[in-house]
Design a protein around this ligand. Structure first.
Ligand SMILES: Cc1cc2nc3c(=O)[nH]c(=O)nc-3n(C[C@H](O)[C@H](O)[C@H](O)COP(=O)(O)OP(=O)(O)OC[C@H]3O[C@@H](n4cnc5c(N)ncnc54)[C@H](O)[C@@H]3O)c2cc1C
Length: 380
């Protein structure tokens, strides 16, 4: 195994406490949360107390101002334990950074402390029933009337949509300006005219709430605009490297964990008087997956190093997202096969991983969109 060099001893210390936290506070309850369709709200508050949420936030807002490797540790440990319902990475790595980077002082003072403590769960709402990959097709409108924006439209597939207290809504503020007509607007839960649909039934990520959001003449003060009007698309594009790497980090940790569990399984399960591990096919399958994961680990750690040095570009992050998510599903699929019928049983982590990793090539920009981005740079 190639030693990892991207983390310092303090990250590994943090990792120990994160792992213990998840083992005690999340693993025993995750099955129930899968039935509930969402994780317990208390987990957010407990995680907040331990500094697991938005660890990069500045001290003035109550954060600890550490680097993104701490986010990576939280994500890796949740993925290793198969805690696919724990949506911290969406909150800490994807949604709250929009506030941290584009919010004005008043917005940060109002919301960030709650994001860190777990009292304010933040969701990001881009996708609509009619458009996902093509953000320029967004139809939800925000019209300035006096001192208020009036929002109308619908969003779908929104992670933590039901549990969220604050949603960053991507709205069209100028119908004629294409991508320059999009803006990010903050909408708090409970605002009149803002309603949430039922929990969407998914084939995986059972403990993660995913829902539709509806906006009917929702009035919010014009101060809820995040950054500048018309800059929404630029802000979204700016966050892509971190968002995509974040997904790749979770995917790689999941692949490593499923491979390790499968190695244990094939050693103890017997057929034809021998352990499954004794068959050449099992050895070849596991050897190939192990070699691919080792390469992926080196690449993803390099991307993490680039990110913390502010050098990770969108194309490289897109390669990481595409390759790591494809690999994690391939690992889950082939390891499931090595488990035989047990692999198809929900109680086995490999079955859950098969269902959970399927979405990774879809959300955060589909892997076809990743190929478009990579191809565009390659071919001009
Ligand atoms: C569990 C889950 C959680 C999610 N969480 C969030 C969230 O928190 N916030 C949010 O805003 N969204 C979220 N999404 C939405 C997700 O980002 C979109 O589903 C995704 O971007 C794809 O959009 P779409 O579903 O509209 O597919 P479409 O855009 O309709 O794409 C359908 C197919 O066409 C392909 N395609 C589209 N355009 C091209 C092209 N130009 N060239 C080649 N192929 C193309 C796609 O790759 C795909 O295979 C979530 C989705 C899921 C399933």
């Amino acid at each position: 195994m190639i030693p990892r060099s991207v983390f310092e001893p303090e990250h590994e210390q943090f990792r120990d406490s994160v792992r213990k936290f998840f083992e005690v506070e999340a693993v025993p309850f995750h099955e129930q949360w899968e039935k509930d369709g969402q994780i317990d709200r208390d987990l957010w508050l407990k995680a907040g107390k331990l500094g697991l949420l938005v660890p990069t936030a500045d001290e003035v807002y109550g954060g600890v101002a550490v680097d993104f490797r701490y986010n990576a540790v939280v994500s890796e440990e949740a993925s290793r334990l198969g805690l696919s319902g724990v949506g911290f990475f969406l909150h800490s790595d994807i949604a709250v950074p929009y506030l941290l980077k584009n919010g004005n002082e008043a917005q940060k003072q109002k919301y960030i402390a709650g994001c860190i403590s777990g009292e304010t769960i933040v969701a990001i709402a881009m996708t609509e029933p009619g458009t996902g990959s093509d953000l320029q097709g967004i139809k939800t409108t925000a019209v300035l009337e006096g001192d208020e924006y009036v929002i109308n439209g619908a969003k779908t597939f929104i992670t933590c949509g039901l549990q969220s207290d604050l949603v960053i809504v991507v709205c069209r503020t100028d119908p004629n300006a294409g991508s320059k007509g999009l803006s990010l607007i903050l909408v708090e839960s409970g605002t009149e005219g803002f309603s949430k649909g039922a929990k969407l039934e998914k084939i995986g990520l059972k403990a993660q709430d995913t829902s539709e959001l509806f906006f009917q003449d929702v009035r919010v003060p014009k101060e809820n605009l995040l950054g500048e009007e018309g800059m929404g698309f630029v802000y979204l594009m700016r966050e892509l490297p971190q968002e995509r790497l974040s997904i790749a980090i979770a995917a790689t940790a999941s692949a490593e964990s499923i491979l390790a569990q499968t190695v244990d399984y094939v050693k103890q399960r017997k057929a034809f008087g021998k352990p499954i591990a004794a068959f050449q096919n099992s050895q070849f399958e596991l050897a190939e997956l192990d070699a691919k994961i080792s390469c992926m680990r080196v690449f993803i750690d390099k991307c993490l190093e680039l990110l913390i040095n502010k050098e990770l570009d969108t194309v490289t992050a897109s390669k990481a997202k595409m390759l790591a998510t494809d690999l994690s599903f391939d690992v889950a699929n082939r390891c499931l096969q090595l488990h035989g019928g047990y692999g198809y049983m929900w109680e086995y982590p490999v079955a859950r991983a098969f269902a959970d990793t399927r979405v990774l090539s879809i959300y955060g920009g589909t892997n076809e969109i990743m190929k478009l981005i990579i191809g565009r740079e390659l071919l001009g």
